[in-house]
Design a protein around this ligand. Sequence first.
Ligand SMILES: O=C(O)CCC(=O)C(=O)O
Length: 284
Amino acid sequence: MSAAEKLERVYEDLSQYIGDVTAEHVRQFWRDGFVQINDFVAPELCDRVVDHFTNWTGLRWKEWPSDPAEQEAFRKAIDEASKKPKWFFAIRQEDPWMFNYVTQRKFGEAVAKLLKVKEVKILTETLHAKMPGASGRGRSFPWHQDFPWLPIDRAQAAQTWIALVDVTEDMGPMQHLIGSHRSMPGIRDGFGEDATKLFPELFEEYHVSQLHAVPKGGVVFHHAMTWHYSGENVTDRVRWAMSSYRMSATCRYTGAMNFNTDGLGLVPNELFNHPNFPTVYSAN
Ligand SMILES: O=C(O)CCC(=O)C(=O)O
């Protein structure tokens, strides 16, 4: 089945639940390397996304439970979900509803406008349910860029990070280095490296943004080269959020390891000719 056929088979238009990017948003994106837009996804659509994630991961609790036995079961469920071959990545490969959600034309159009490209493909999606510190399963993300994680040959890609619940400043929201999309490729996160020590000049040149407290349904778009960080969730609430990457359809596959693309038979140096990576928006 071709990418276009797969998209056609499951496509239900959710446009009425998804917002738009304006010329002012595009200006901010290129000035700062990121832009936050509140009220971008309707709250009822956010709830459905969380429902699909709870089913898929087995994390049946939307909140940190108060009962100690339930808390133990919650921790176990996180540990089990983390052992899945693809962890919290690439849900659309198993859930057709999510395939339909992430391939929505409006999301593609938003990223096409921001990146100033004509055609956009979907690349990745990731669950970012940040667990409360009390669960002992919380985490933070040290300073990194996403581009070094992406198996694409050019940095024409943007992350769409959506708050599925109200994300307050104490729930570990992101911060960015303002304007750092203009910097050179740096490091991935996850290997214990500290960008502030490796690249001190970055932190002299670019200033740290405020914490992005994002109300439910709000979005933060950032460029794949923009440096970002997020701390721990110190509340007793689960911070449900989801990110996904969309890229220019001209991007070529490099073969680099990534849970969203591994094992699919993609050919290095070729375009993303595979049903999982349909063109989700075309201005032509
Ligand atoms: O959701 C977060 O707290 C951080 C997400 C992030 O750093 C990323 O997706 O690269």
